[in-house]
Structures are given as C-alpha cells and as structure tokens.
Design a protein around this ligand. Structure first.
Ligand code: GTP
Ligand code: MG
Length: 400
C-alpha cells in the first residue's frame, strides 16, 4: 500500500503517487491501493494522525497487504510506531530508494557506495533507537545489561564497517582520479549525460557511441558511470561521453554523499547534456529537481544544454518548430535547447553538430552564451533563462 501526505505549499506531494508506484514496482512489488492524506504537520508519533492510521490498517486487512510505503521520509520512531500500529513492514521513500540502489549496484564501486549509504541510514536509525533505550534504563553506572552490550557491539560493528567501506572506496577513487587525469592530459573534451531517472540517458548514450549500456523502462537502470570515446567526423575530433546515474525527487542525502565519486564524473565535464523526458507530464518539475541536485554536488555552474528526448512520443501538436533553438532571457542569458528521439534517431545529427561546435570552440561556455557560429533561432523570453525557478524553458515549442 502506498501512502502520501500533503503538508501544503513548499512540501513535495504527488497526489497520484505514480512515481512511488514505479519505484515499488521496480523492486517487484505489486501496488494494491493508494492512500493520500492532508495535514499541517507530521504527527510526531504516527506521521499521519491516528484516525488515518486506523483507516490504513483497515485497508491492509482488506487487501491483505504485506507492506506500507510512505512517499515521504519517516523518522525512526515514526517508522517503528507505524509498524507496531499497522502490524506490517513500513518503508519510507528513502529506504525504498536505498533498496533499489542495493538491488541494482553491479560494479565494485557502486556496491561500496550503496553499502556506505545503507550503513549511514541504519546508523541514524539505530542511534536514535539506542538513545531511547538508554533513556529508559535511566541511570548512569548501570552496566552490563544484555541490551547495552548488544547496543555497544552493534554500534561498534557499524562504525568499523563504515570505516572499512570508506577505505576501500577511497582506493577506487584514487584509481578513478588516475584515469581522469590521463583523460585530462589528453585534452579530450568531456561531455556528461545527466537527467532525471528514466529520461533516456542510456538510450541516447548507446545511440551516440553505439555502445550497449543497460537501458530499461525502470527507475535507476544505471548506477555506474560509463565513459566512451565518441568520434565526431564532421569536426574531426573525439570527445569523451559519460552516462551517469539518474536523479529523482528527494534523492536521499546519504546516497548523494555516497555517490559523490560517481557523480564527480558529471561535475568534471566541460558540458552537461541535461536529458529531459519531453513525453512526461512532469518534465518541468524534473528539470528543477535535476538542477537542484547538480547544485548540491557542485555542478551547478557547468554549462548545460537542455536535450528534450522522446520526441517520437510527443503529441504531434506539441512538436517544436525547430529541433535546435536558443532561449534568451531579458538580460541576455542563453540556454540551448535540442529536441530529439534517442529511439528513432531523429535530431541526433543536430546534437552531434552542436557537440562538434562546442568541442572545437575556443571556450564552450562563451559559445553557449554568445552568437559564435550558432544558426539556431533565438527565442526571447520574458523571464531569465538561467533561473530554473522561473521555468524559463517553459515556452510552448509549437508556437515558438
Ligand atoms: N518513446 C521513446 N522512448 C525512449 C526514448 N529514449 C528512451 N526511451 C525509453 O525510456 C526508458 C528509459 O530509458 P533509459 O535510457 O534506460 O533511461 P535513463 O535516463 O538511462 O534511466 P536511468 O538509468 O534509470 O536513470 C526505456 O524504456 C527507453 O526505451 C525515445 O526517444 N523515445
Ligand atoms: Mg540509464
């Protein structure tokens, strides 16, 4: 059973719970019912009020559900109380995403990163549970209770494990740095595909470099960064192209931290191709979310090109006039926008052309900002193009 709670403006709430359903289904779960609630603030004990909790409990019995998944992050105590109250396993969005990452991680580095994130998640939960036990026991000097020994052991085990995972990760990180330095020395222009999960990054990657990266209609199909050389015949240059892990709303912070090494690939690029699922009705929110995560990992200033993918799946009436155009805000800030289909190949030549122009330009950033040799039509916007909050790319492509 899925549960989402609307805490009003400023909180993320999806009344359809569709994305949460996709996340659950990608772990093999079957969704039997969806419940939404509205509250001013989370109930400290049960997150939802006790009335709502009882309603959920009745539905659990009705559907014989095995698990309840909340679309928001639950506190450790709330999760525990809910499990007690509902009598089934209770997961939150963070826990669910961590499970998906754990199930998908393939590479040595990916597995280590997921383990680190899980241990961190676990340790915050356990520490809180322990302090609660310690309070109950009441006094100092009360030593040797079985609980306490166990607690100390668990705590130490998690700490030891975190330390060893971190050490192994830093070894992998050093290897990565060496590889990166050799790429830097070769002076290759670096392009990274970034974007919301399921936007089509891997499909586009495969289409561009004729690789066989895993692409699938599931969230977080890709967890590891893959890099390939891509030869751009028209300009006679090679660029390196990286496929990266997708982002999602409320990406758990422990994961962002743990995946720093993988995400470093994105930060270090000369330009980012920000792939957008143009066929999704949520593409605006998804762009904002991706920009938020990029800011968080320090890649907010890397020049970006917006690549609207899945052109073949768009309503014919929504098709853009030009496959490549430039959005210009009132103060002259420009954003290049491409429309293409990684599946059918339409528009890929335009992307190759732009990449070739960027790779051979004196300075990619000023190329994107200025008029240097670009033939794409420029669309004047009423709001600033570089400010994601103003949704400046929100120009009706058909009318432009
Ligand atoms: N109709 C259509 N579907 C596409 C296109 N590109 C990708 N897809 C589909 O979208 C789904 C996701 O594609 P992926 O390439 O795995 O997406 P991704 O961005 O790499 O996703 P993650 O690795 O999960 O972040 C797959 O089912 C693709 O077949 C396209 O141009 N048109
Ligand atoms: Mg992928």
């Amino acid at each position: 059973m899925l549960v989402g709670v609307d805490f009003g403006p400023g909180s993320s709430f999806d009344p359809t719970l569709d994305e949460l359903a996709l996340l659950a289904e990608s772990l093999g779960d079957r969704v039997v019912d969806r419940v939404t609630a509205k509250r001013r603030a989370p109930d400290p004990a049960l997150f939802v009020g006790s009335g709502k909790a009882d309603e959920i409990k009745q539905l659990i019995v009705l559907h014989q559900a095995h698990c309840v998944i909340f679309d928001q992050a639950l506190g450790a105590a709330q999760q525990r109380n809910l499990e007690r109250h509902l009598g089934v396993e209770v997961l939150d969005r963070t826990g669910l995403i961590l499970e998906i990452f754990a199930a998908r991680a393939r590479s040595h580095e990916g597995k280590l990163q997921v383990e680190l994130a899980q241990l961190r998640y676990l340790s915050t939960r356990l520490v809180r549970r322990w302090s609660h036990l310690e309070r109950q026991r009441g006094g100092v000097g009360l030593r040797g209770g079985p609980g306490e020994t166990q607690i100390e052991l668990d705590r130490r085990m998690i700490d030891v494990r975190i330390k060893s995972v971190k050490e192994r990760l830093s070894k992998v990180k050093r290897q990565r740095q060496t590889q990166r330095r050799s790429r830097e020395r070769s002076g290759t222009f670096r392009v990274s595909l970034v974007g919301y999960t399921n936007a089509g990054k891997s499909t586009l990657f495969n289409a561009l470099v004729k690789a066989q990266a895993y692409a699938a209609d599931q969230l977080f199909a890709t967890l590891d960064t893959t890099t390939r050389q891509m030869y751009l015949g028209s300009a006679g240059v090679s660029v390196s192209l990286s496929d990266t892990v997708g982002f999602i709303r409320d990406l758990p912070h422990t994961l962002v931290e743990a995946f720093q090494a993988t995400l470093q690939e994105a930060i270090d690029a000369d330009i980012l191709l920000h792939v957008v699922d143009a066929a999704s009705e949520h593409w605006r929110e998804q762009i904002e979310e991706v920009r938020r995560v990029l800011d968080e990992i320090g890649a907010g200033d890397v020049p970006q090109v917006l690549v609207f993918n899945k052109l073949d799946a768009m309503e014919p009436s929504a098709r853009p006039r030009a496959l490549h155009d430039v959005l210009e805000g009132p103060s002259g800030v420009r954003t290049h926008r491409l429309h293409l289909s990684a599946r059918t190949g339409e528009g890929l030549d335009g992307l190759r052309e732009l990449m070739a122009a960027l790779a051979t330009a004196e300075d990619a950033q000023s190329f994107l900002r200025g008029d240097e040799g670009s033939h794409a039509p420029v669309l004047a916007l009423e709001t600033e193009a570089s400010d994601p909050r103003q949704r400046s790319w929100d120009v009706d492509p058909a009318s432009s």
